[in-house]
Design a binder for this molecule. Structure first.
Ligand SMILES: [Cu+2]
Length: 72
């Protein structure tokens, strides 16, 4: 664990089923540097604890064909 890690929450679209979460999870694991990933299918969000920047996470999610934007 690193003290440089921050948890960011992203709205992801589409985010409707376990196939969606698996695709995003795989993309983030391929990116690396991700400590934890927590999905909320009702809110269509994913909380990512990482040392990466939010834009790096958004780019990785976009590679799955989804859109992502950071929430407060
Ligand atoms: Cu899906």
């Amino acid at each position: 664990m690193s003290e440089n890690q921050t948890t960011y929450t992203f709205e992801v679209e589409p985010m409707t089923c376990s196939g969606c979460t698996k695709a995003v999870e795989k993309a983030l694991n391929n990116l690396g540097g991700v400590e934890s990933i927590n999905f909320d299918l009702e809110k269509k969000t994913v909380a990512v604890k990482t040392a990466k920047s939010p834009s790096e996470i958004i780019e990785a999610i976009k590679k799955t064909g989804k859109t992502a934007k950071i929430t407060e």
